[in-house]
Design a protein around this ligand. Structure first.
Ligand code: HEC
Length: 207
């Protein structure tokens, strides 16, 4: 459900008091945020600031789907997100694909009951097919099977893969893929490892 629809549903179910039909989308969003902030409880690492949208999220919430974002808006967002990408200082973009597979399989981290001192997973399989061996995968994102074979294990594709995982919005605004580096979900080493998973010829992605 998009945020807009969610807020609209809240309004219909009467959770937002007042005359919803007289309110603009912006007013509804503001009220819904207040309702959520007053009812959500902070727990562990899940703090209330998670309800605050940054510029990208606030802009993307104005459109129902990524393809409805006007071209000039999308370009502006992509440029601002490109500037957030920090490539590794040692210039090495390729880690260990076996460690990358562990990151891709793990959905642990960032929930209130996860230990914040332990590394988070990337949960890539929740949205992507990555290997023939793993039969359980989501399809929100495109299949990445054969990604390295198709793109080549070149400096250019390493840079794209690293940047895409670091901040997916830099390459397609309002993407449904998390911004793993930008939001501190994965470490530099973990991103290198998933880049290896995608590009290493020995990885199950390319077998
Ligand atoms: C919540 C769903 C979701 C998760 C989790 C997710 N992705 Fe994605 N990913 C997407 C979607 C949707 C797209 C297509 C839209 C776009 O390009 O942003 C995508 C696109 C990509 C692309 C670009 C593919 C291409 O052909 O250019 C790469 C590479 C990628 N994801 C890698 C990853 C990796 C690696 C992980 C785990 C660290 C991951 N994704 C986790 C949803 C997700």
């Amino acid at each position: 459900m998009t945020r807009k629809k969610f807020f609209a549903a809240l309004a219909v179910t009467g959770l937002i008091t007042g005359c919803a039909t007289m309110m603009s989308d912006a007013d509804i969003s503001k009220k819904a945020l207040l309702v959520m902030k007053s009812s959500f409880k902070e727990k562990g690492q899940a703090k209330l600031d998670r309800l605050d949208q940054d510029e990208v999220q606030a802009t993307c919430s104005l459109y129902e789907t990524p393809d409805k974002v006007p071209k000039d808006v999308a370009q502006r967002l992509e440029q601002s997100q490109l500037e957030t990408i920090r490539y590794p200082a040692d210039g090495q973009l390729l880690g260990n694909w076996k460690a990358g597979e562990v990151v891709a399989q793990s959905g642990v981290g960032k929930q209130y009951n996860d230990d914040p001192t332990r590394p988070s997973g990337g949960n890539c399989y929740a949205c992507h097919q990555l290997s023939k061996q793993e039969v359980s995968f989501g399809t929100i994102g495109p299949s990445l099977l054969g990604f390295g074979k198709a793109r080549g294990n070149t400096e250019e594709s390493r840079k794209y893969a690293y940047g895409k995982v670091y901040n997916s919005d830099a390459f397609s605004a309002c993407s449904n893929m998390p911004r793993f580096g930008h939001n501190g979900i994965l470490t530099e080493q973990q991103i290198k490892d998933v880049v290896a998973l995608m590009l290493d010829p020995e990885s199950p992605v390319n077998k």
